[in-house]
Design a protein around this ligand. Structure first.
Ligand code: WT7
Length: 652
């Protein structure tokens, strides 16, 4: 049963709706048909070394590589022996081309201030700041910790690090002092870069105050560079803290890019795993750069005059790859916005699209759900007809939200790319290609060329078509993480052990009869709250670090807005009164330990937690209770049945 509606075939049966790319889009696209896609995919699968080796000629090489791929499972080396530089590929490479005076970054601050940096201007700022870093003693291989708002100087700082071969570790601006200190300590960072403050919904966040607290527990940090972004007063510690503008005033704009080994570490980005402390995902120079560039070009079909807007924070991998490194190495114009989507009103994003004539818009399903809630009238106030392509990332998108995005924002004209990937993968892995792939709402569709997925059972063997299982990737790709900072064993154990020889990503998925992939959520105890990855164990550790808490279990429950919300079950130390004030205090405590975005939405006090005989908390049961479901699952190993009954009655 299909009806034809403005050029799209709409199957009325759910999940069978298929949206072929609009003809006008395909005709001008880089990859125009499924035949073209399949040809590329087959070539890459047959000989990944040759495929990526040919692509890598698009980067600048100070010295050509000898070998495209060396695969000593699970350790990959790409472009062995080659010397290149990411900052060079993002900046210098465009200077002797017509792109030199093109906008590299269009920035809008929350209060409405604007900065445009052409490639030439950005190059100059990056060179100057690279010299500032050098003047503070930052050398090749040193770690630089960055905790900044979404300002152009954040991109400048990143590129300056890569220019001199320093390794950046960006900590998202929503994290707490504790979280910064942990990461600084793990990475043994030498220099901290921050700002006095940042804007958030008209208020000034005192970032430097948070950093001051973090630096008390970051003995490896020798210097702290402070950008003046707001009017916020801040303390400057003699001998340690220096103003960005004071350093820049004296800096020379002459700083040649350092030829870097293809496999030299480029950055560390911490992400939550299923156990213990956050993992420092390690990405390296040439492979990451090439993968970010090629995936950006394929998926966002970049055209020379496009304005591309990825709304993620640069502090997450999405921002690293698709605000900074992908767009700039492709010579694109990347828009950066400092503020929130609902400040000063709920039309801010549409106002920005109208103001800068944004062509490609890449955002998160959680944001789309908020737009739907705020109402169409905010969209209707603005002319967003410049849009030609839409994207989503961070979690699966429910078909209803997809349809709204398609109709209201895309005017049934813009293809939607639902991009599946991870911090660890460096770039997009599975997605529709906008000029080629007929899309199914809720599916991330097909793997990109060079990506070979396989859904397997717990025995590691492929499951039949249509069945759910663990999603694995069977071949190395250039953007893959090279390890966990300082912990090769954890890298092996986490990703390469349960299914030997394949990369285990941690998601469940199924592949349908058309070869389309459907992500079915995490295998492990990792939550996805508003597209942010959170480990239940981190939240539990934060709770237990409070004096009143004896034991805690955090689980996710479905939430209309944030996708999942954190629900924590807490047993108190004896004599502690279970009050609402304490609930509030515990939420704030998690906010302080990890970051506000990790604070539980619900806290439930309980006299005991349901456990198996071996003492494992039965999270499945808690998840059911948190979601208000009857638990149908097996409770035969439950240690104390009365615990469950009590938890339920607490509920009533
Ligand atoms: C996890 C990775 C790299 C993007 C930002 C998040 C989930 C991501 C999708 C999607 C369904 C998705 C997965 C993945 N996820 N994109 N399009 N459909 N799920 O990066 O913090 O490393 O999280 O986000 O569960 O494993 P991350």
């Amino acid at each position: 049963m299909a009806e034809v509606k403005s050029g799209h075939i709409v199957n009325v049966m759910k999940e069978e709706r298929l949206f072929p790319p609009p003809k006008a889009f395909s005709e001008r696209a880089r990859i125009r048909s499924m035949e073209d896609y399949q040809k590329l995919w087959d070539e890459a699968a047959a000989d990944p070394g040759k495929f990526w080796g040919d692509m890598a000629k698009e980067l600048h090489w100070f010295k050509p590589f000898d070998k495209a791929l060396e695969w000593n499972m699970p350790f990959a080396k790409w472009f062995v022996g080659g010397l290149t530089n990411v900052s060079y590929n993002c900046l210098d490479a465009h200077l002797n081309t017509p792109r030199a005076n093109k906008a590299a970054i269009i920035w809008e601050g929350e209060p409405g201030d604007t900065v445009v940096l052409t490639y030439r201007m950005l190059h100059r700022e990056v060179c100057k700041f690279a010299n500032c870093l050098k003047s503070l003693g930052v050398n090749k291989g040193d770690r630089v910790s960055i905790y900044m708002p979404m300002v152009p100087e954040l991109a400048i700082a990143m590129l300056a690090c890569t220019r001199i071969g320093a390794i950046h570790s960006i900590v998202f601006g929503g994290f707490s002092a504790e979280a910064i200190a942990d990461r600084n300590q793990d990475a043994q960072a030498k220099v901290q870069i921050t700002a006095n403050g940042g804007w958030r919904r008209g208020k000034e966040l005192p970032l430097k105050g948070i950093v001051d607290e973090a630096l008390e527990k970051s003995p490896s940090i020798q210097k702290c560079i402070v950008l003046k972004r707001t009017r916020t007063e801040c303390s400057m510690k003699e001998g340690r803290d220096v103003w960005w503008h004071d350093l820049m005033a004296k800096a020379s704009p002459d700083c040649p890019a350092e030829p870097m080994d293809a496999e030299a570490p480029l950055f560390i980005l911490y992400t939550s795993g299923s156990t213990g402390k956050p993992k420092g995902v390690r990405h390296t120079t040439a492979g990451y750069n090439l993968f970010a560039k090629k995936t950006f070009e394929w998926v966002f079909d970049n055209r020379e005059d496009d304005v591309f807007w990825c709304t993620a924070d640069i502090g997450w991998i999405t921002g690293h790859s698709y605000i900074v490194y992908g767009p700039l190495s492709a010579g694109a114009t990347s828009l950066i916005f400092e503020g929130a989507p609902n400040w000063p009103d709920e039309g801010r994003f549409w106002e920005i699209i109208e103001k800068y004539r944004v062509n490609v818009f890449y955002t998160a399903p959680t944001a789309i759900r908020a737009f739907i809630k705020w109402g169409d009238e905010w969209v209707d106030k603005h002319d967003i007809s410049s849009l030609r392509l839409l994207g989503t990332v961070g979690e699966g998108i429910n078909p209803e939200a997809w349809m709204w995005y398609h109709k209201k924002i895309g005017a049934e004209r813009c293809p939607i790319v639902d991009t599946w990937w991870q911090t660890e993968t460096g770039g997009i892995m599975m997605t529709p290609l906008p000029g080629a792939t007929p899309t199914k709402p809720g599916s991330c569709c097909k793997p990109l060329p060079g990506i070979v997925p396989e859904v397997v059972g717990e025995d590691g063997k492929p499951v039949p078509t249509g069945s759910g299982g663990w999603l694995t990737i069977t071949q190395p790709w250039p953007g893959m993480l090279r390890g966990i900072w300082g912990d090769d064993e954890r890298y092996k154990a986490q990703y390469w052990s349960d299914v030997p020889g394949k990369y285990l990503c941690g998601d469940n998925a199924r592949c349908d009869e058309d070869g389309y992939y459907w992500i079915m959520g995490r295998i492990d105890d990792v939550l996805n709250v508003s597209g942010h990855r959170l480990s239940t164990i981190e939240i539990e550790s934060a709770l237990v670090s409070h004096d009143a808490v004896a034991e805690a279990a955090a689980v996710g429950r479905p939430d209309d807005m944030t996708g999942e919300a954190v629900c924590a079950f807490v047993t108190l130390t004896s004599g502690t009164e279970p009050t609402d004030a304490l609930k509030k205090e515990l939420k704030a405590h998690v906010g302080k330990e990890i970051g506000k975005f990790a604070a539980p939405a619900d806290i439930r006090f309980t006299s005991a937690l349901p456990k198996t005989r071996s003492g494992k908390i039965m999270r499945r049961l808690l998840r059911d209770i948190a979601a208000g479901r009857e638990s149908a699952g097996d409770t035969s190993t439950l240690e104390d049945f009365s615990v469950l009954a009590r938890l339920r009655s607490d509920d009533e």
